[in-house]
Design a protein around this ligand. Structure first.
Ligand code: HEC
Length: 237
């Protein structure tokens, strides 16, 4: 746990920060494109200016929203280099460059040009791409959420810990892959889904503490008690 997530949790806010604010630059960029279109067809130069102003605000908002995204990523995904994350960082960097180009083009051209409109359109496409990979990250290939069933006190605690630490990458109600393999019925199986090692408490604990490359390690992040609880929960799946 770290700032500001600790403090937010105390007032009951446990969600990521990036998705709530990301609509700000998204809306500004879509708005800029629409204002540009209207100014292009109606030849109203004030609207062309409005479009440029929207993009200027988007340029200011983008680093803030991207910064929050990186904080969320470090906190909720433990800084793991997942494919959608790589795409989002790349697209955000390209978007920044195109926003600057759009401002430059919007300010220097006398009347609305198709060229300027093209910059705006590219920005819109990049924003849609960013939203798409955000969706991939949060919902995975399928959109269903995990629902715990049988419970004991320890498993109940484990369920909460799993939701905070593991559920963004693992389904609990099916074996399909989200980011990592689905963990339904994991302790009823003989072999672990990826490594093929025998399913034992020791091997699952090893995966949590010293995992394969694509899963972040929870060494120093989960206490022995918490790992016990997660194991108890996994057995109920
Ligand atoms: C950032 C995504 C991510 C998080 C968070 C995550 N995992 Fe994983 N997990 C993976 C991936 C990816 C794999 C597949 C192994 C690989 O390719 O590294 C995996 C594999 C596993 C496996 C199967 C290992 C094997 O040997 O087949 C288990 C069990 C597992 N994770 C449990 C957990 C538990 C419990 C947590 C929470 C404490 C957790 N994971 C958190 C991504 C994640």
């Amino acid at each position: 746990m770290m700032f500001p997530y600790d403090q937010l949790q105390q007032i009951g806010y446990t969600h990521p920060l990036h998705p709530t604010l990301t609509h700000l630059p998204v809306g500004l960029i879509l708005g800029a494109f629409l204002f540009f279109l209207v100014s292009f067809f109606s030849k109203k130069s004030t609207l062309r200016q409005t479009a440029v102003h929207c993009i200027v605000l988007a340029v200011i908002a983008l680093p803030v929203v991207a910064g929050l995204g990186i904080m969320d990523w470090l906190h909720f995904y433990k800084g793991s280099w997942l494919f959608p994350i790589k795409m989002k960082i790349g697209l955000a960097a390209i978007l920044f460059v195109f926003l600057i180009a759009a401002i430059y083009s919007g300010l220097t051209k006398e009347s609305p040009r198709t060229g300027t409109g093209l910059w705006y359109l590219i920005c819109v496409v990049l924003v849609i791409g960013l939203g798409f990979f955000g969706g991939e990250l949060v919902y995975g290939p399928s959109q269903t959420e995990a629902a715990p069933e049988k419970t004991t006190v320890l498993a109940e605690k484990g369920s909460g810990l799993f939701r905070e630490n593991c559920s963004m990458c693992h389904f609990t109600d099916k074996s399909e892959r989200k980011v990592g393999p689905g963990l339904k019925g994991i302790f009823d199986k003989e072999d672990l889904p990826v490594s093929g090692q025998e399913v034992t408490e020791a091997n699952v604990r090893k995966q949590i503490l010293t995992p394969y490359e694509n899963m972040p390690s929870f060494k120093g992040k989960l206490t022995e008690k918490e790992i016990e609880a997660i194991l108890a929960y996994l057995k109920t799946l």
